[in-house]
Write a protein that binds this ligand. Sequence first.
Ligand code: GLC
Length: 520
Amino acid sequence: MSKRKTKKKLKVLFVASECAPIAKAGGLGDVVGSLPLALEKLGCDAKMVIPKYEAINDKKFSIKKNIKNLKIPIEGRKEKINIFKTKLPNSQGIEVYLPESKKFFGGEDMYTHKRPGTSFIYSFVFLSRTALEITKAIKFKPDVIHLHDWHTSFIPLWLRTTFEDDPFYKDIATLLTIHNLAHQGEADINLLKFANLKVKDLDLLGWDAHDKDVVILFQGIVLSDLINTVSPTYAKEILTKEYGRGLDKILQKRKDRLFGVVNGINYDFFNPKKDKNIFQNYDSDSLDNRLINKVELQEKLKLDCDSEAPIIGMISRITSQKGFDLLDKIMKEIENLNFQFVLLGVLRKTESKKMVKAMFLAAKKYPKRVSLNLEFDPVLANQIYAASDIFLMPSRFEPCGLGQMIAMRYGAVPLVRKTGGLADTVLDFDKKTEKGTGFVFKKYNSRALYNTLRRALNVYRRDREAWRKIMIQDMRKDFTWDRSARQYLKLYKKAIKFHKRGEDLDEKIYNRIKGLRVKI
Ligand code: GLC
């Protein structure tokens, strides 16, 4: 009998707070929903764990009960919960496990649910511990656990303490992807009791907790085998004081384990040639059809139907990260510069309304030029990508940014600040060489944005041929997930190698950082 050797598939467990289309609040959800699909195509065996939020539509995603009464050790006792399961939409067979708990994942909003008396931080610590129990219960021993942001950053901590001698967990490597360093998951020291941990379990935990609070992301950064951010430039930026959010010095000590991989976008979903959400399909060979989208959108949003007035589109969470405070000047000049402005943005209850004041004033003054849409609407989003001439992302910082890539796919020319993923994906247009994929400004101030907008409008009005070239270049760029997934495969293999080396990493890192006094 001949034995055929089958190549062992790399097993990856994704643990995250979001996964599109099942549960999505932002770009993190898109990444977690798309990357596993591309990895599966490359021969990976991926499974995932996300919370079963109350707001998730079970029917729509065929979510069914899978494990009854799984015991989760938490707070010195065992919490029994049911685990649900479904298949990731559009995958061959990626299993998604969803722990159910009204206490931890109840409520309407994904990020405000809380157990009385505690913060939502506990919910994600609970999720993390649950993921470790699920993977054992289903006998899926991953080669790598792929962690996303602070929500899951306690996993390497348990792997190096509670599970240190457990043969099931021993060889599992970890990769932590930082989507946004601004969120770190800070909690007071009582969290440790909840997580069945003690300060003296690990020097690195003691170091963090000496000021009586614990920073979950810090644990992920010091204890994961490998770390990456979602663009090479952001990976460099977070090593500086300006972008490091108090963790720059720590990150510097782990520089040899820190990488950057630009996200991809879903080319099937974001495809102007096939997109059913837009008014008229088109591609780079039929750009004239694109104009129909512009006129239709103007009509839908009750703007002046003027195909000559450039539309500036912006689709963004309304937070201080996204550069809204730079818009005052251009909003005042809206008549002089003769453009239209369309925003699709979500303003969270916790954010200040001051940020959008300039836009509200402009909308009041120029109702036929400014359209503010403050509820997320995926149909309108694609219509804006297909209709805008310029897509604006003046971010203060931007780990990767997906909007600029989607905009390019639809031929909306990006105008961005040179930071993070924006710097890595948009090349400033040079009039002389006619090279470039958008317009880029460096300094974070409203004048720099204003000047760059004027420069862009000049090309738009005076040199349509050049503008067309930029659009075509943009539409033909490769931001597919396949390209990113190949880089992640390399990182997984590297993480496994580092993990196997078996050096006493904790002690080494502790020795590197113990002299540091940083305030996180
Ligand atoms: C966060 C970042 C954004 C990034 C996304 C996905 O939302 O702010 O820049 O694109 O995560 O990685």
